[in-house]
Design a protein around this ligand. Sequence first.
Ligand code: PGA
Length: 250
Amino acid sequence: MARRILAAGNWKMNKTPSETTALINEMKPVVASDDVDVLLCVPAIDIPAAVEAAKGSNIQIGAENLYYEEKGAYTGEIAPDMLVDAGVTHVIIGHSERRGYFGETDEQVNKKIKKALEHGLVPVMCCGESLEQREQGVTMDWIRMQVKIGFQDLTADEAKKVIVAYEPIWAIGTGKTATSDQAEEVCKGIRDLLRELYGDDVAETTRVLYGGSVNPGNAAELFAKPDIDGGLVGGASLKTSFGEIVHYNK
Ligand code: PGA
């Protein structure tokens, strides 16, 4: 079965709840699609507004983070049950901004992935190298380590449910996109690693996205690559022109 393309937005720390309602109402008609899956990952406080506004549309709502404990004395954190109860289906885990600014480690990413899966949430696990690492020629070593630790102890059935997003740090929010060949090379490398770890079925089923300055002008070329199954889109998911990314092949 062919993997479906996923256009996933990452709103980061943008939009208030009332702005969320307004933007999703504007987005609904322009992102309607039978062929492409559409996901918007929004700040935790915007989730109820987003879920309500997206009702009856093809937009799924995701979170940008979760904590790996069930409940308790973890001031400021969000438990998986809270996300599920609020109508969330997906959760971004290990975004480079969380790793960089908030010190998230590969081990925490692994715990969060397991916890998300336990609760039926689809983890969107991010990985990606810095410019320095790319220049040092260690990109694939780094990515393999991030994915290997992120997937530690997952069964094949669990691994298939995870979505991996390859996001080179130097391409995030910089307007500097990886070329489609650079992006394909790493996304293929991730698929090859999944094949090594789990075999063909997982490698062919698991979706691997590219992220980093995806926009309406470059989405078609990126998504046409055999190992790129869509995009994780930051800045360009905050505008209704996100619809042009969803309809990249039109
Ligand atoms: P960008 O962000 O599209 O604004 O580069 C992508 C991301 O960080 O997920």
